[in-house]
Design a protein. Structure first.
Ligand SMILES: [Zn+2]
Length: 165
């Protein structure tokens, strides 16, 4: 059985729940969107979950942000296909949905109220775009990437035996 993740914003106007086979908070993203929108420590942590099982309460307070991106990888400004969902009352970032991968949704670990498994090793991504003041806490066994790794969130869970069947 997948785990049922329950999450909410800080003020309680928006709450959600969703099934996940991949609940380990192992992937730390240091890109500027994650840092500015959600990552006070310089990064955000995305989980993976099954979009078809998602239930959302408080849709009236719920907002969607699509970032405009212009960087060395994308020299012309593009609007991200990623839909960053947040609470319009309190500002909490809640989950990312990208129609490019319509069967998945990526809740932010920070919005989850259920207990999450503790990963034994972590992956630090988009380090090329981290803020200069951010000193990644890279521990033994952690992996680092300037951009994205080839290994998906699902593949990582299978390799480390943290996949929840
Ligand atoms: Zn709120």
């Amino acid at each position: 059985m997948p785990v049922r993740l329950k999450g909410s914003c800080r003020c309680g106007a928006v709450a959600f729940e969703v099934d996940s086979h991949t609940p380990a908070p192992f992937m730390l993203c240091y890109c500027s969107i994650c840092r500015k929108q959600q990552g006070g420590g310089g990064y955000a942590i995305n989980l993976g979950a099954v979009f078809a099982t998602m239930k959302i309460k408080g849709k009236r307070s719920h907002g969607v942000y699509r970032a405009e991106i212009e960087d060395e990888e994308r020299p012309h400004c593009e609007v991200s296909t990623g839909e960053r969902n947040f609470c319009r009352k309190c500002g909490s970032a809640l989950w990312l949905y990208d129609p490019t991968w319509p069967e998945l949704v990526h809740p932010f670990a920070s919005a989850i109220d259920s207990e999450l498994p503790r990963p034994k090793q972590r992956v630090h991504i988009m380090l090329k775009y981290k803020a200069p003041w951010v000193e990644p806490d890279v521990r033994k066994g952690d992996k680092r990437f300037d951009l994205y790794p080839k290994e998906s969130i699902a593949d990582w869970h299978r390799r480390t035996k943290m996949w929840v069947e």
